[in-house]
Design a protein. Structure first.
Length: 463
């Protein structure tokens, strides 16, 4: 049997070795999930789902430290940020419990025409069917929760394929679900090669695909799905931010540093492109650089580390090459710009890189923030909208008219006003448009997407 060795992205030390499933094993998982969905007598009633998820949250709360260390060690996100991830994951389970009772249909009015007289009509929401989730490395526990718990809460069996670099959080969480009383058929972990995952997710028995990862792979898989399979894709973006001349710099700088360098910039909504008004750009960049240099880059298990490693060496090489290209073509490196080790890269700030440089046109997904000067707000909005990404964007200003103008005109699924682009709560809608994805995440929204509405019409002389 083939196995997967899980190692630390920080220093490469061995963490664990787990078996890789082949297609035959994965097909059995899929068959198990499909059979339990098609057997209505095996469906879990809502009160049982609530009880299981309540127990799940209780177990997670007792094991916060263990869950934090697993996520930090395998994923490289600093301990203090991994702890926040664990707390969010626990809250995500609780959110799903709260929304189980809110999954309902509605009455459809009849009698509006002579032909519809004598009828009563209503809808109910049912689980969509088998859910297949393909997850990412950067939030190994919380993404697992977001891609499995909504399905369980909705009554749909789910199979999750975690990232090969960070499978332990998913395996551990699913074992907690079993410990809490969930029948194994309702949630299974498929630690497998991408080729096996592709064979499974494109099977006609899959009714819904949840994918978090690169746009190239996501859109390809979407094109290969069986007819009728619904899907949600969450990709990345460049998270443009506009900082107007009247912005509160003391508030904006630390927030944007956090939003840009959180998890070494390996977040789909990390602050990447900051457009700063010419009247304040000198003061802004000076303060931004001073505070960026204070960040501690190093071992993610140390509680005072701010920036951890880039997940794999190839990604660090990519980030390094893009920074070099920007510098060679006129961008000014204000700080950083160098690798510290095989997996650590200095938090980097680039001033006015070329508009056609890759740091300006593509998602960096690394600890790099680019600052651009602008004079007119319309120019800033146009430049922010110039790429095919549309995820989260932000504006810092004290002018309500400018704030609302940006909210209206920025081409993004979410606009933050006086906050950084990486802000998120687990109950708000979350997802990109255009190249950044399709579908809506967030616990209650995912629950809705993992159900479908069924209409019943009753004809009776009693109506």
């Amino acid at each position: 049997m083939e196995t997967l060795k899980v190692t630390s992205p920080y220093d490469g030390h061995f963490i664990a070795e787990i078996p890789l499933i082949n297609y035959e094993k994965g097909e059995k998982m899929l068959d198990t999930a499909y059979k339990i969905f098609t057997n209505r007598s095996a469906w879990l009633p809502k009160h049982k789902r609530i009880k299981i998820l309540e127990k799940t949250a209780q177990i997670m709360s007792k094991r916060k430290e263990e869950l934090t260390k697993i996520a930090a060690e395998e994923g490289g996100k600093p301990y203090k940020d991994s702890k926040i991830e664990v707390l969010r994951a626990i809250n995500g389970v609780k959110l799903a419990i709260e929304h189980i009772g809110q999954m309902k249909g509605s009455e459809i009015p009849m009698g509006m025409t002579p032909a519809s007289e004598g009828r009563l009509a209503f809808t109910i929401r049912e689980p969509i069917g088998v859910v297949f989730s393909i997850s990412a490395f950067n939030h190994p526990l919380n993404l697992t929760v977001h891609q499995t718990v909504p399905a369980i809460a909705a009554g749909a069996p789910v199979i999750i394929k975690p990232a090969s670099t960070t499978p332990l959080s998913a395996v551990n969480f699913v074992n907690i679900l079993y410990e809490a009383g969930l029948p194994e058929a309702y949630c299974q972990v498929a630690v497998c090669k991408s080729s096996v995952a592709e064979q499974l997710v494109t099977d006609k028995r899959v009714n819904y695909m949840s994918f978090i990862g690169s746009s190239k792979i996501g859109w390809y898989l979407a094109s290969e799905l069986s007819s009728g399979t619904r899907y949600a894709l969450e990709h990345g973006g460049v998270a443009p931010v506009i900082v107007e001349a009247d912005a509160d710099i003391e508030d904006a700088v630390p927030a944007l540093i956090k939003g840009g360098f959180y998890h070494a910039g390996q977040v789909c909504v990390s602050v990447q492109k900051v457009f700063v008004h010419k009247d304040i750009i000198e003061e802004f960049t000076e303060k931004f650089v001073v505070q960026t240099k204070k960040l501690k880059t190093g071992n993610p298990l140390e509680k005072d580390t701010d920036v951890g490693p880039i997940i794999v060496k190839e990604e660090l090489n990519r980030v390094e090459n893009r920074v070099k290209d920007a510098a060679e073509n006129g961008g000014k490196i204000l700080c950083g710009g160098k690798r510290i080790s095989e997996k650590l890269y200095e938090p980097t700030v680039i001033l006015n890189p070329p508009e056609n440089a890759k740091v300006s046109t593509e998602e960096i997904f690394g600890p790099v923030v680019c600052i651009y000067e602008y004079e007119d707000i319309n120019d800033a909005i146009q430049r922010a909208n110039s790429l095919p990404f549309a995820f989260q964007a932000a504006v810092y200003t004290k002018n309500i008219n400018i704030a609302l103008k940006c909210s209206r005109e920025l081409r993004s699924s979410t606009v933050m006003i006086n906050d950084h682009t990486a802000f998120r709560t687990d109950w708000m809608p979350f997802g990109g448009w255009d190249d950044s994805g399709i579908g809506i995440g967030g616990i209650p929204y995912s629950m809705h997407e993992m159900t479908r509405e069924k209409l019943t019409v009753i004809k009776s002389k009693g109506f």
